[in-house]
Every structure is written in C-alpha cells, then in structure tokens.
Design a protein around this ligand. Structure first.
Ligand SMILES: O=C(O)CCC(=O)C1=CC=C[C@@H](O)[C@@H]1C(=O)O
Ligand SMILES: [Mg+2]
Length: 342
C-alpha cells in the first residue's frame, strides 16, 4: 500500500537552493523533501514538467522513504527497519565533473569544485552558442584533465543529425568517451551512430527518461550505453530493471538534486555494480554545483567519488533555505496531483 498524500506531506519541507553556475537555464533549484520510516527522500521534478511526468518522480521518492532500499554497508535507517544483510565495506561511486555551458576561461575554476575527478561531462549545443564555443570548452577540459582524463559531452538533443555528425567528428579529435543525447529522437540517434561508424559512442538520456517506452532506444540499436536517473525513472528498482532489460552498459546521473536526491542515485549506482574504483564514472557529483545544500555534509566529490549513504537534512539548513509560502503550497499541491496518478 502506498502512503497517502497526507502521510507523505506530514514532515515534508520545500527548499530553494542557489546554484553556483547557471545550469539548464536555472540558477536556483526548488525541491520538496519528505521523510519516511526508511529516511529522507526527494521529490523534485523540474518546475516546467507536467503532472504525468512527475508521478515517476514521486514513485521514486516513496520507494526511497518507504520502500526498504538497503544501503551497502548498512548505514541507513532502511536497513534497521527491514533487517540488513551482513555489513559490507562502505561503498563509493566514482563521479564525473559536470561542466555547464560556461566560457572556456572559466573551466579550471569549475573543475576545482570536483577534486579527484578524472572524468568530465561537458555540456555542448547550448542555445545561443556555437560549435567554436563547444570546442574551446572541451579543449580547456582536455588541458585541465590531461591526456588520460575522460571527456564525455552532453548535447541534450540539441543537434540535427548533420550538425551532430559534423560536431562530433571535430570534437572527437580532443578525445571523447561518448556523446550523450546528441539528437532528440531515437531514429536520429541511430542515424548519427551509424554515420559516425564507431568514432564516438552514443549514450541515450532523454530517450530513456522522457520516453514513453524507455527500452525503444535499446531495441533500435540507437545507443551504445544508457544514462539512467533514479527519480525520472521511478526509483532504484525500476531503473535497474530497465537497464537489465536493455542489456546495455549504464551510467547513473543525477537530476540536479540536493544531496538527499543524489543519495538515491548513489544507491542505484550501487545496485548496478558501479560502486567500485574502476567503474565508469557516474554523473552524481552535481551537489558541487549547489551554492547551498540541506546538509553540512553534502555528497560532493572527494577524491573523485561520493559515498553510498543516506542523507539526513540539517533542520537549520532546511529553515535557512525554506521556499516562500506560495512556492511551498505549490509543491504540496503538485505532490497531491502526482500521488493521485499513482
Ligand atoms: O550527468 C551529470 O554529470 C550531471 C547531471 C546532468 O547533466 C543533468 C541533470 C539534470 C538535468 C539534465 O538536464 C542533465 C542531463 O541532461 O543529464
Ligand atoms: Mg543528459
């Protein structure tokens, strides 16, 4: 039985967290945190998302607060509530630095927020910018990481097939691990992948998390790997099932959450076997892009990794970053509408 909206909202808090750098067009991240018997969870679909899409995000929050997701090493309340297996060593997930569409000159300062990260994901194809801007940014990252560093780019579906093919052919000279969602649709991804003939691997993000059928991209052979997010896909179990069915390698990424939401991503990474030193880096270092978080011990990268741990917000920080009464009411209503869809 799923908890009712009243139960979900009993201890809910809505906060507005400032970002250090503009990212996907926003400078503050609003989100709702809720506390279940297993611990704290996050409900934070981006504000422009419609109700149908938000239901998955709520299903994920319910899973993390009420669903008995165990923490490897057994440091979470879920383990106590549901009986933990034998304690294992505390796990950690290697993470990438996330480089927004910033000027190349700002890259070194940005990367300093991600200590020890040997992989960087660089945003490209930003509206209003040119391929020259992308090349300059990616080259600046290559200089900072050195020849051994791994660089992936994320176009968020912003290119046509022709532009993607040309842009990735040029960017490949800097050395790319893969390109995430170069075009918007599955047929376009398949076409770019085919045209590049293995020069750059293709990862699908929006084609999984925003698709009616998250497996269509795998079935079409349109991607080499999947980028997986816990909240948009309805939680750890559902996301892990999609990866298993797709039969493709996966990288877990955040949805630009507070450390509470990032913690669920880390649990998904652990469930997928990505919580070890030699795993491909996950996009879970994004708490480093927040100028403020809800805990004094945020899940920011240390030595290139974040721990797989649950996060309990600090009451003083919840109060300091509380959203306005209007926004608080908006989020609570939004949660009620999402709950009605489950
Ligand atoms: O993967 C990362 O390095 C960070 C997360 C990230 O890039 C994203 C988080 C939230 C929303 C998305 O637009 C964006 C993405 O496209 O992957
Ligand atoms: Mg992406």
């Amino acid at each position: 039985m799923l908890p009712s909206a009243d139960v979900l909202l009993e201890r809910a808090r809505v906060v507005s967290l400032p970002l250090t750098t503009r990212f996907r067009g926003i400078v503050t991240r609003e989100l709702l945190l809720l506390e279940g018997p297993d611990g704290w969870a996050e409900f934070s679909p981006f504000v422009e998302y419609g109700d149908a899409e938000t239901a998955n995000w709520l299903a994920a929050a319910i899973e993390f607060g009420w669903g008995g997701i165990a923490t490897p090493g057994g440091n979470g309340r879920a383990d106590a509530a549901h009986g933990s297996p034998a304690p294992a060593a505390a796990a950690s997930v290697p993470v990438n630095a996330t480089v927004p569409a910033i000027p190349a000159a700002d890259v070194p300062e940005l990367l300093a927020r991600f200590p020890g990260c040997r992989t960087a994901k660089v945003k490209v194809a930003e509206r209003g910018q040119s391929l020259a801007d992308d090349l300059a940014r990616v080259r600046a990252v290559r200089i900072a990481l050195g020849p051994e560093g791994r660089i992936r780019v994320d176009a968020n579906g912003g290119w046509t097939v022709d532009v993607a093919t040309a842009a990735l052919t040029e960017l490949a000279e800097v050395g790319l691990e893969y390109a995430e969602q170069p075009c918007a649709t599955v047929p376009e991804l398949a076409a770019v992948r085919e045209r590049l003939g293995g020069l750059v691997r293709i990862a699908a993000d929006e084609s999984v998390r925003k698709a009616e059928d998250p497996l269509a991209v795998a079935r079409a052979g349109a991607a080499d790997l999947l980028v997986i997010k816990a909240q948009p896909l309805g939680g750890v179990r559902r996301a892990a099932a999609i990866v298993a069915e797709a039969g493709l390698p996966a990288v877990v990424s955040s949805a630009l959450e507070s450390s509470v939401g990032v913690a669920q991503g880390a649990h998904l990474a652990a469930a997928l076997g990505l919580a070890h030193e030699t795993a491909a880096a996950c996009g879970l270092g994004t708490a480093a892009l927040l100028a403020a978080d809800v805990t004094a011990h945020p899940l920011v990268p240390v030595a290139g990794a974040i721990p797989v741990a649950r996060v309990t917000p600090d009451p003083a920080l919840l109060a300091a970053h509380a959203a306005s009464p209007e926004r608080d009411a908006w989020w609570r209503e939004r949660l009620r509408r999402a709950r009605a869809l489950l």
